[in-house]
Write a protein that binds this ligand. Structure first.
Ligand code: ATP
Ligand code: MG
Length: 373
């Protein structure tokens, strides 16, 4: 599609939406695009520059655009530019360097503006997107193409204002389907051949993991993780090959991909808050909910343990809202509390257990410490 559009000497640009459930290859697809197309010459002499931006890491729209511009122009000043100034510099530079840039915004639904848009009737996200889309639409200035990935654009489009919706609805939309067991077999066999010694795995094992992966929503990441953990389990037990029982054990402890992604995009204090929640539920196996007050006390203790200064009450609130927006927890305000309104919190996912979540987050925080050291 890109080749066809961009060959239309000078005039073409592309806006593409790539959507699909977790682990269906969205990132793999845009990364492949980046590898194949970045630096390629177009027929009219322009150079195609494919720029990958991880929105989960950037967190905010401005930071994502800044990241894109910095990849194109490394000497750009770091601070003090408005979004329109930033986009102005982007267009000037693209013209000057004779580039056609394709900005690949991966995990667009992880941007804070998207997760918060529901509470902002002002159409803030729409206006940001409008500035960006206008650049590609600008007649005679086809210097910019855009691709976005998200789990689902239908709900995202609903948040946007009219003109943006019509632009994005006209965009090419690609739906990646969950992988079938057969497709997962191909992916897993490839990984096994690359990663394991011959004789330590069998086709039967691959099939078993692929079947579980299909049941888990056709999620390739989940399937690969199960195979990886199974190999570790086999090794730790001194087995010379991976057995079905290792697979079953591994399948029970792999984190759902949504949760893994969410953790990846969290700040240290968001992880500290989630760890505090996991600890409270681990300590109270019969509790369905915890209260904000309980959380606040536990969070202060957790911060002390990890040598962090606890954030103030209002900021703790923001963190709880962010964790809810990431669908990791549910926070419900109840009016039946004895002392008026209280906020009750529960974990949003059935898997993993609070104990396992706790273990994962503790390891995550310890690893982060190592990285700082
Ligand atoms: N077609 C494929 N061939 C080989 N490996 C694949 C393929 N699709 C996905 N994978 C692997 O599966 C894992 C998950 O894929 P990927 O990260 O692209 O999914 P995603 O759709 O971006 O998921 P998310 O919604 O979590 O961002 C990665 O390790 C990736 O390398
Ligand atoms: Mg991805």
């Amino acid at each position: 599609m890109f080749e066809r559009e961009l060959r239309k000497s000078g005039a073409g640009y592309v806006i593409a939406l790539v959507e699909g459930p977790v682990g269906t290859g969205k990132t793999t697809l845009v990364r492949l695009f980046e590898n194949k197309f970045d630096g390629r010459s177009l027929e009219d002499g322009r150079t195609l520059r494919a720029i990958y931006i991880n929105c989960g890491v950037a967190r905010r729209f401005y930071a994502a655009v800044l990241e894109a511009v910095q990849q194109l122009i490394p000497q750009l000043p770091r601070r003090g530019l408005s979004i329109d100034e930033l986009l102005g510099i982007l267009v000037d530079q693209l013209k000057e360097r004779n580039y056609h840039a394709v900005l690949l915004f991966d995990d667009f639904d992880y941007l804070q503006e998207v997760t918060e848009e529901k509470r902002r009737p002002t159409g803030y996200l729409s206006s940001l997107l409008h500035s960006l889309l206008r650049l590609s639409e600008h007649a005679g200035e086809p210097y910019l193409s855009l691709a976005f990935t998200a789990k689902d654009f239908t709900s995202l489009l609903r948040l946007l204002a009219g003109s943006i919706i019509s632009t994005l609805t006209a965009a090419r939309r690609f739906r990646l389907k969950p992988y079938t067991a057969d497709e997962l077999c191909d992916i897993l066999r490839d990984r096994a051949e690359q990663g394991f010694f011959p004789g330590t795995w069998s086709d039967e094992i691959i099939r078993l993991v692929a079947d579980i992966g299909e049941q888990e929503g056709g999620d390739a990441r989940c399937a690969i993780s199960i195979l990886y953990y199974a190999a570790q389990i086999a090794e730790s037990k001194g087995a010379t090959e991976i057995l079905p029982d290792h697979i079953r054990e591994a399948a029970g402890s792999v984190l759902p991909s949504d949760l893994e992604n969410a953790i990846y995009s969290m700040t240290r204090h968001e992880i500290l808050v989630l760890l505090s929640i996991a600890r409270l539920f681990d300590l109270k196996p019969d509790a369905a909910y915890i209260t904000m007050g309980e959380l606040e006390r536990e969070y202060q203790a957790t911060c002390e343990e990890f040598d962090e200064r606890p954030r103030a009450h209002t900021q703790l609130w923001h963190i709880v809202r962010r964790l809810s927006a990431l669908h990791v927890i549910h926070a419900v305000v109840s009016s039946h509390g004895q002392r008026g309104r209280t906020t009750n919190i529960r974990l949003a996912l059935h898997k993993p257990s609070a104990a396992r979540l706790r273990e994962v987050l503790e390891r995550e925080l310890a690893e982060e410490m190592d990285n700082y050291a």
